[in-house]
Design a protein around this ligand. Sequence first.
Ligand SMILES: [Zn+2]
Length: 181
Amino acid sequence: MSSAVANPHSEYIDKRIEKLQMSDRLRTKITDTTHDIIIKDFSCHLFTDLIQTTFTPAYLRKHACSDCGGKSEHRCHGAGEERGELLKRALERVFPDTTKIISLKEIAVAFLEEHKTTRFTFKCTACQDKEPRPKKNKKSNVKSSLSKRKSIRLVPPGESESRQRTFSLRLKWIAIFIRKE
Ligand SMILES: [Zn+2]
């Protein structure tokens, strides 16, 4: 679990939220729709677009890549704080009862608010490419030590003979079976 952080762009996010509140965008209303469906339908389209239009190219130009100080080109959600995850948190907060009615605008505002407690940042292409893919990295580290252990797993004598064939120590156990008979 990542602990809450104060995002350096929070003040700007608040300003953009204010602007969104006053605009005539996103007035569509939603009801009787699960969070999963909303995320599936909107996460990759509407909310990607919202990130692009909220953190404008002009704003990006004012903020260097947070890793190397180079030119910012990408809006980066960190691991565990991906767009879909933030949308999920927003929905849990403002739309817990899906039988009620909510506007897309209310969801969008909550979604933007969620960014204020994340490590959302801007990066250049090279640094974005270098970003660790945490799930894969962690898994491969664990895997290498686990697979070594798996290869020397023993089969207790009570197991059937066919199952034992699949293990490297089968000859030893067959010898025990023969001796038993
Ligand atoms: Zn960079």
